[in-house]
Ligand binder design. Structure first.
Ligand SMILES: Cc1cc2nc3c(=O)[nH]c(=O)nc-3n(C[C@H](O)[C@H](O)[C@H](O)COP(=O)(O)OP(=O)(O)OC[C@H]3O[C@@H](n4cnc5c(N)ncnc54)[C@H](O)[C@@H]3O)c2cc1C
Length: 393
């Protein structure tokens, strides 16, 4: 069966739903969303679940309740886009013709890229907020730990808001501090960057917090392999391999990659991500194909916060392209919220070059604040479901 729609958005996450809603607000009459999921997940709270500050059942809403009114939802996985015929094929066999198509599939965890990780997860030895099945058990592990070596990592790019992987680490350390066990827990952080996040304007606030909790930081390092049977984590570092032994458990965020079929739209240097002009979000070579969110090569660190700008610009650009008006440009704005303990959080807001781009000027949001923790934990989820997913922001 072949259906026909004006704008077809592939994906059911933050990017796809917010964009579909925004397009509707701008007057698009015929928007179709292709998404397999029966529920929609608010991912930023996952780190709070892993850190024992939120419940998983508060993170999801049925997909049918978030697909914007007036949009058609085709349940299923897109498996191919024929850009000559302008048709998306869904795994159900359905075919959907489009005038404009937007790829918003997000990234997939690539467990096989880290030998031993899949087994470590199966054995409950590695747990992370980034994998749905281990979010809640991450908090169990934190709660049950009162001594031993624990390893956390910041994943290399591309990854969904990789810097927020620091949240469970800080929440755990502060929990162990409050229980009086922190001096018996040997916490290690593995980061691919030369400093904590390679963002000097926030690293200067993060470093004292890591010191305060006695965290050993491995800079310029990535997790290369895990062996849950002997309790070791092998790192690749700028100085060669390094093995951390006697590890009680690890919280390893996997590597990420674009879905296989999407790599057909990648460019020579986009690492498998969709080859868009990072400013206009239009594909560099394929007409009427656009992309945004984690799967788009926008040359900035992916985040939900980055989507606020991307959604607004892309919705406008689809409209402008039809009347051949100049397209709007995205400067790569992104944001990483990081809890530094169980009651304070800081915001790293920056552009494509890593230059700070604060959303407000009067208060320095890179300084850890209680109000920011409250906002991120309690206000953002409400803003997300009531405004962002409805195309209002
Ligand atoms: C643990 C964690 C914590 C985070 N914390 C924060 C934070 O504090 N602040 C922040 O700003 N950001 C945060 N993020 C990042 C943020 O959630 C992502 O940047 C954002 O969700 C990206 O949206 P997306 O729609 O591009 O991708 P996703 O949210 O991954 O959604 C992709 C969607 O596409 C669907 N899909 C995949 N393949 C297909 C296909 N073939 N056909 C149809 N549909 C398909 C998927 O099922 C999914 O519904 C966090 C992410 C994680 C994982």
């Amino acid at each position: 069966m072949t259906a026909r729609h004006d704008v077809v958005v592939v994906g059911g996450g933050n990017a796809a739903i917010s964009l579909a809603a925004r397009l509707r607000r701008l007057g698009a009459r015929d928007v179709c969303v292709i998404a397999p999921d029966q529920d929609h997940l608010y991912r930023p709270l996952l780190n709070f679940v892993a850190g024992g500050q939120a419940r998983f059942d508060r993170l999801t809403k049925p997909m049918r309740s978030v697909v914007p009114a007036g949009c058609t939802w085709v349940p299923g996985l897109a498996v191919d886009v024929d850009t000559d015929a302008r048709v998306v094929t869904v795994d159900t066999g359905e075919r959907v013709e489009y005038v404009d198509v937007v790829l918003a599939t997000g990234l997939e965890p690539d467990l096989a890229a880290t030998p031993g990780l899949a087994e470590a997860i199966d054995l409950g030895w590695s747990r992370t907020a980034y994998l749905r099945d281990t979010v809640e058990s991450t908090w169990d592990a934190i709660r049950e730990t009162d001594h031993g070596r624990v390893v956390f990592n910041v994943p290399p790019e591309p990854a969904p808001a990789g810097g927020t992987a620091l949240k469970p680490l800080f929440l755990a350390c502060d929990y162990w501090r409050s229980r009086g066990t922190l001096d018996r827990v040997d916490v290690h952080l593995v980061t691919p960057y030369g400093s904590v996040l390679d963002l000097p304007f926030v690293d200067r606030h993060l470093e004292p917090q890591l010191e305060r909790f006695g965290v050993t930081v491995h800079h310029g390092a990535t997790v290369a392999a895990l062996d849950p049977h002997v309790g070791s984590v092998t790192l690749t570092t700028d100085d060669g391999p390094r093995v951390l032994d006697d590890v009680a458990w690890a919280s390893v965020v996997p590597r990420y990659r674009a879905p296989d079929w999407v790599t057909g739209f990648a460019g020579p240097d986009t690492g498998g991500l969709v080859d868009v002009d990072p400013e206009t979000l239009a594909h560099r070579t394929v007409p009427r194909l656009w992309s945004l969110g984690d799967v788009a090569a926008v040359r900035t660190r992916p985040s939900g916060g980055a989507l606020r700008r991307q959604v607004e610009i892309l919705a406008e650009n689809i409209r402008r392209s039809r009347t051949r008006r100049p397209l709007r440009r995205y400067d790569g704005y992104t944001v990483i919220p990081i809890t530094v303990d169980r009651k304070r959080l800081l915001l790293a807001e920056f552009d494509r070059d890593g230059t700070p781009e604060p959303s407000i000027r009067r208060v320095d949001l890179t300084v850890p604040r209680r109000a920011l923790w409250f906002f991120d934990r309690y206000v953002e989820p409400v803003v997300y479901f009531r405004a962002l997913l409805k195309g209002r922001v």
